[in-house]
Design a protein around this ligand. Sequence first.
Ligand code: MG
Length: 217
Amino acid sequence: MKKVKLENKEFTVGKIVCVGRNYAKHAEELGNEVPEFPLIFLKPASVLIHSGDKIIHPLYSDEMHYEAELVLLITEQIKNADSEEALKAIGGYAVGLDMTLRDIQSKLKAKGHPWTLAKVFDGSAAVGDFVSAEKFNPTFEEFIELKLNGETRQKSQLKNMIFKPAGIVKYISEKMTLEEGDLIFTGTPAGVGRTVPGDRLEASVNGLPVLSVEVTA
Ligand code: MG
C-alpha cells in the first residue's frame, strides 16, 4: 500500500484522480479545446512515487513527458459536496508530476480509446511532501514551475487554472465518493516536454517543498 504523510499523520493512498487540460495554454499547445467541465481520469495508487525516487522510463515509449501539477490530499469522505465542504475536505497540498507517455496517448486519442496506458505505469505519479491546508492556503498568485536539468520549462501562476481546487473537488464528489487518502492532480500549465534517462526533474509551487526526481533507463 502506498502512503503519504501530512505532518505526523500517515494516510494510505486510495485513488488518484487527475484533471486534464486545466490551463488554457496547455490545452492549446496539444491542440485541444478548453473544456467546459473538468476532464477527469484515474491512476491507481500503485504507481505513486515520492520526491527522491527514480522514474524508470518505460521501454515501449519514446516520448515520456513531465507535467508539473498542484496536488490535493483529501482527508475526509465526501459525496455531493458543496463548495464549502469541498474546500474543507482538502487537508493538504503538495507538488506533483503527472508523467505521460505522449506517443502512446496520441495513438489512443486518435482511436478514441481511453488514455489508461499513456497515463498508468510505475512511477507515473510523483509527489513532494504535503503541507497542511492550515499552513498553505493558496492565494493563486503562486508560481508553479518545472525545471529540467536546472532549466525552467514550465512556469505559470495557479490563477491560470481554469477550475480551482474547491470546484474540482466539488465536481468529482458529484461523480464518485472521495475518501480520506485520495489524491487529486489538478492539471499542468503549458511547456510540457520530453524527458529521457539521466534527466533531473524539479517541480515547485511557492510555499510547498520542491519535488525532485531522476529519470532512469
Ligand atoms: Mg496532467
